[in-house]
Design a protein around this ligand. Sequence first.
Ligand code: ADP
Ligand code: MG
Length: 350
Amino acid sequence: MAITKEDVLKVLFNVNDPELHKSLVELGMIKDIEIVGNAVKVTVALTMAGCPLKHQIKGDVEAAVRSMPGVEHVEVVLSTMTSEERAKLFGKGPQDEMEGIKQVKHIIAVGSGKGGVGKTTVSVNLAIALAKKGFRVGILDADMHGPDIPIMLGVTGRPLGSEGMLLPLEGHGIKMMSTGSLAGEGVPIVWRGPLVNKAIKEFLGNVNWGVLDFLVIDLPPGTGDAAITLANSVPLKGIIIVTTPQKVALSDVRRSIGLFKSTNVPVLGIVENMSYLRVPGAPNEIMDVFGTGGGEKMANAFKVPLLGKIPLDPAIRQGGDEGMPVALKNTGEAVEAFQQIAEGVLKQLC
Ligand SMILES: Nc1ncnc2c1ncn2[C@@H]1O[C@H](COP(=O)(O)OP(=O)(O)O)[C@@H](O)[C@H]1O
Ligand SMILES: [Mg+2]
């Protein structure tokens, strides 16, 4: 008996997207089925290009179709959904009203309880790690009081305007917008709360980010206001919280959990920065300069993964100062830590 499209669809109805836990057919991910004799070719549209689960999806589809009686050859082709198809699946959000980020797939924020824990360092190196995997990435510097992104990304100059919108600057292939680039060096910027939020919205709506897989937002320090306002006005996919290994008071952790929970934005995970130091001259020896356990404690309290531990490494500071983020390098413990964090983030998002 000849194989029909309906037969194939019926079988594929039982194949679920591993993350969304819904049938690929229901999700509209089966784009095309071609049958020639005993050969079946299925085109699957992923929600995002380069999704790390693509091999699993491909394998599952292949196995399901191969199990059908009469099928001899199976070919699975992967494509990516258009933004319209994604909008249908995930619904229209505030993003669709913001011109500048219409073609941005995932907006993720990097936050911390306090300053100086390495929030900007994580934002920049995570962006680079994602870009190295072939994703198109941008960074929005929302830390208006300490706009360090241009320095850490090695970007100078001012953004140009085009058709009523600002064009982001670019460093190491990462698109970037920061008040630091607008005001010029050494110009003090004084922002009041409402202005900060207005500026962030301007940066999302009136900067032509173009097509991006990820827009990373470097949040102002403090888990509170900025994150909440941002979460309410921007379609954030999730927040990454950077902490140090110091003992964090459980009461502080609880408070920040409460704040983040009230935003309904998922915490994707915790990054512990400045976790340990490899003692120079004794590479097998590790020093816990800032104590231990802060990241684990935070991750446990939030019930989210500890995405990674970044060593205290002068190369990281130097990379930041010189605008050559350490994640650009090919090897090293810090580089691997950032790669691992990027993979953890990808796992949560597609
Ligand atoms: N793991 C690390 N090892 C060494 N220096 C680091 C590390 N993380 C951050 N730094 C340095 O610490 C300083 C503060 O980091 P930064 O990312 O600017 O923090 P934040 O954005 O949270 O204020 C910077 O000079 C940065 O280069
Ligand atoms: Mg910073």
